[in-house]
Design a protein around this ligand. Structure first.
Ligand code: DGL
Length: 271
């Protein structure tokens, strides 16, 4: 395996850029091939079979780019497809759930953890399962927040509408006295300040995107797969989508540390 090969990162759309951003910050030398499935999102309201089929196609596409490792940046796809894909692939693959769950279990003081995510992620119960394997006495309250993704995609990051909806969603978690909240969806770190303000300063917010970049770095180091070459400017990051390339480029430029010049649209159903 070529240690200077790129890392493949994928999501249902733009949200996984919050994970790509953390990888860029933590491992500035690494090359990234990012795929956003903008034609077929949202994944959060789809069945496991569908999300697994989509994930397989995307991984087949990423493998054509000779990636050395794959990060499933989407919580929903991590919940539904990671276990199957681990069995099918012979390169390292990680999702975003384990790292976020582990940190939450480590930081909680009262053993009461809240998890917010898409309907699929919350209904899968995966965060609670992983946390209970680590610490059986942990109490986990999950709450799906389906309106957060469209609010973020509309750019309503600091808006009274987002505040109103968030306070309704979060009231059940406040009622359970959680002291730790996992932002279990790619988009939620972008409304972190709202979530933090409404939960109160005693509640620790866990960002799986950040924790995944820490886990990825450790994994690449353990397998001697960290990049040793500096890629030429403009060569480091490549972006692909299944639809709406220009819209993706604008969103990516607004949240990534450097301007995204180009996004290529591909026909993902062919893979
Ligand atoms: N990326 C998805 C996740 O993290 C959110 C958007 C969607 O539902 O596709 O679960």
């Amino acid at each position: 395996m070529d240690r200077n090969a790129p890392i493949g990162v994928f999501d249902s759309g733009v949200g996984g850029l919050t994970v790509a951003r953390e990888i860029m910050r933590r491992m500035p030398r690494e090359r990234i091939i990012y795929f956003g499935d903008t034609a077929r999102l949202p994944y959060g309201s789809k069945s496991q079979d569908t999300v697994l089929r989509y994930s397989r196609q995307i991984i087949r596409f990423l493998m054509t780019k000779q990636v050395k490792a794959i990060v499933i940046a989407c919580n929903t796809a991590s919940a539904y497809a990671l276990t199957a894909m681990e069995r099918e692939l012979d390169i390292p693959i990680i999702g975003v759930i384990r790292a976020g769950a582990k940190t939450a279990v480590e930081v909680t003081r009262n053993g009461k953890i809240g998890v917010i995510g898409t309907e699929a992620t919350i209904n899968s119960g995966i965060y609670a399962d992983v946390m209970r394997q680590m610490r059986p006495d942990i109490q986990v309250t999950g709450k799906s927040c389906p309106l957060f993704v469209p609010l973020v995609e509309e750019g309503l990051l600091h808006d009274s509408v987002t505040d109103e909806i968030a306070s309704r969603y979060l009231s059940v978690l406040k009622g359970r006295f959680v002291d730790t909240l996992v932002m279990g969806c790619t988009h939620y770190p972008l409304i972190r300040s709202t979530l933090g303000r409404l939960m109160g300063e005693d509640v620790v917010l866990v960002n799986p995107a950040y924790e995944t970049s820490v886990e990825l770095k450790r994994l690449l180091e353990d397998k001697a797969l960290t990049c040793t070459l500096e890629a030429a400017p403009g060569e480091k990051y490549r972006f692909y989508v299944s639809d709406l390339a220009e819209k993706f480029t604008a969103f990516a430029t607004s949240i990534l540390p450097e301007e995204v010049k180009e996004t290529e649209k591909i026909h993902i159903e062919e893979y």
